[in-house]
Design a protein around this ligand. Structure first.
Ligand code: SGN
Ligand code: CA
Length: 558
């Protein structure tokens, strides 16, 4: 009996791995290094803006590389489509009502268990770099450098291991510089796990200097539902405030402000106290021009000049053309998409830079590389920007994973997966026991079997959104999505259901709840929803579901 076989009889393999930083490879008994883990997360980057997902808008070769050399998940969903909550779900592997962070105004209880803490305890060197957005300081990281609040595109402020600093330059480049530096300076005797979380392409979509004006002469295709009038669904869609037509700010969002206008006075609360500024803005006590002035004045004089040139034609056009109705909506859509996509160019370049660096130091194939976003986003679908709804464009999030030791290159999975699955997946690959309180499932069986859906895999994903009344006024709702159907209940100051048959209605325009031909589907979906609410212990809505299920005669209240 050789030495490794003897020691593995005495100590469980996982425990041995955690002592040595190595796990055992059963075939030849050679100790194998534990994989490094890098989670690349962007903010509001939706699948419609990534070419490996079939985007009609842009090429993202470096992001595609992760999918081409690994696996693309076509059905990955978030449990609450908004930043802080999604981030908390990812860290804990638990739903919002369990981890306590239900909306962006909460403070994350950092004392609870998270996957970075478990990795750190088992011998990983851990880092958190970029947008954190959980209002309490990160725990479980050997190094952390987080953007203050939402973060700024130019000259952003960071809190780095407790100390506040302002960095020069463009946020996506700076975050990548910090990520590469962390890897360069790491303790090479340990595996590392790094959360590399971008601000881009979050509102207000300020591109890097080198990408300013890059799409000025390009006209992008419009989504089929750009002129949706919401007449076929309930109140929530109609009453929300995220229409390109009516709720996009000309200055802040569309950058319609001349250098002279931008030179005026502004309230710098945004920079000084981001949370206070968020509240003020949500209450409409701040205005878009002031916000843009604050962001613009973080630029150097040289940077401002490039900015001024890039937007001069747009400002002139807006002020001379006198556009109205659909023409104006189409015009605004073009400006929005140009800026949104331009911010993703820097993400793509920087992800490429990080991948090249890993390759150069020989760590690429030993690293699980994940690309995802905190949720999807509307790129003009239903006439909207922003997210929050349980509709496909934002409930779905991109997920690509590269790890050639376990994943066959170029594979695609249709498995219904969720952001609460990430934590158990990492723990699984790191040889750490998955705590039983974790509500997500390890994606390892999917990854190791070419994306096939394992037996007994989940039949539906659960969703619950809470942040109302607040920004964009999307009403509270919960629901489930199966491979074919989606059932949603809007509650709080609304009380009605939506059911979509996505096989016949991919744009979710036709609410079939209460239609006789969908009676059986409706019943099955409601039962499944009830079961999932039990499983996830989301008890408040369970009560409401029971009431509805009992008294349901097919009528849909409003
Ligand atoms: C900011 C944005 C909102 C956005 C929220 C939440 N306004 O408040 O448009 O919905 O963030 O986004 S802005 O004036 O600051 O641009 S999240 O991704 O962080 O949840
Ligand atoms: Ca977000």
């Amino acid at each position: 009996m050789n030495r490794h076989a003897l020691s593995s009889m005495l100590v469980p393999v996982a425990a041995l791995g955690s002592l040595t930083g190595c796990s055992m490879k059963p075939k030849d008994n050679k100790p194998e290094k534990k994989p490094n883990i890098i989670v690349i997360m962007t903010d509001d980057h939706t699948t419609q803006g990534i070419s490996c997902y079939g985007s009609q808008l842009i090429q993202t070769p470096n992001l595609d590389r992760i999918a081409n050399e690994g696996m693309r998940f076509d059905n990955c969903y978030v449990s609450n489509a908004i930043s802080g909550p999604s981030r908390a779900c990812i860290l804990t592997g638990k739903m919002s009502h369990i981890n306590g962070f239900t909306d962006n105004s909460q403070t994350f209880n950092g004392d609870q268990e998270t996957f970075p803490k478990l990795l750190q305890k088992s011998g990983y060197q851990t880092a958190m770099i970029g947008k954190w957005h959980l209002n309490s300081d990160p725990q479980g990281f050997d190094f952390w450098s987080i953007l203050l609040g939402q973060g700024e595109y130019y000259s952003p402020d960071f809190k780095e291991n407790g100390k506040e600093i302002r960095e020069k330059g463009y946020v996506t480049d700076i975050i990548t510089d910090k990520a590469i530096k962390f890897i360069e300076n790491r303790d090479t005797s340990k595996p590392f796990a790094m959360l590399y979380y971008h601000k881009a392409p979050h509102r207000n979509w300020m591109p890097a200097q080198r990408h300013l004006g890059i799409y000025n002469d390009i006209t992008f295709p419009e989504p089929e539902t750009l002129f949706d009038d919401y007449s076929t669904r309930g109140r929530a869609a109609k009453e929300t405030m995220m229409e390109i037509a009516n709720h996009m700010w000309n200055d802040w969002d569309l950058k319609i402000a001349t250098p002279e206008e931008l030179a005026g006075e502004y309230d710098d609360t945004r920079a000084a106290d981001i949370n206070k500024a968020e509240v003020a803005r949500a209450n409409q006590q701040s205005n878009g021009l002031q916000q843009l002035r604050a962001a613009y004045n973080r630029m150097t004089p040289e940077e401002k000049e490039v900015w001024n040139k890039a937007y001069a034609k747009r400002i002139e056009e807006f002020r001379t053309k006198e556009m109205k109705g659909k023409e104006l909506i189409s015009w605004k859509y073009q400006q929005y998409i140009r800026d949104y996509l331009a911010t993703t160019l820097a993400v793509d370049e920087n992800v490429g830079r990080l991948l090249d660096y890993l390759e150069q130091i020989g760590e690429l194939d030993n690293t699980i590389i994940v690309y995802t976003s905190d949720q999807g986003f509307f790129l003009g679908e239903h006439g909207w920007f922003d997210k929050r709804f349980m509709y496909e464009e934002c409930q779905r999030t991109p997920l690509m994973i590269r790890y050639p030791k376990a994943i066959k290159a170029g594979t695609v999975s249709k498995a219904l997966s969720m952001n609460i699955d990430f934590a158990p997946t990492f723990l699984d690959f790191a040889g750490i026991e998955i705590p039983k309180e974790i509500q997500g499932r390890s994606l390892r069986p999917v990854l190791e079997h070419e994306g096939n859906i394992p037996e007994n895999w989940r039949k539906a994903v659960y969703y619950h959104y809470y942040e109302y009344p607040s920004w964009h006024m999307v009403k509270r709702h919960y629901g489930i999505r199966t491979e074919r159907y989606k059932l949603i209940h809007f509650y709080n100051d609304a009380d009605y259901w939506e059911l979509f048959d996505m096989q016949n209605d991919k744009n979710e325009l036709n609410n079939v709840y209460g239609k006789p031909e969908y009676k059986k589907v409706q019943e099955d979906m409601t039962k499944l929803l009830y079961e999932l609410q039990q499983e996830y212990k989301d008890t408040d809505p369970t009560e409401q579901t029971i009431q509805f299920f009992k008294g349901d005669d097919g009528a849909n209240k409003h």
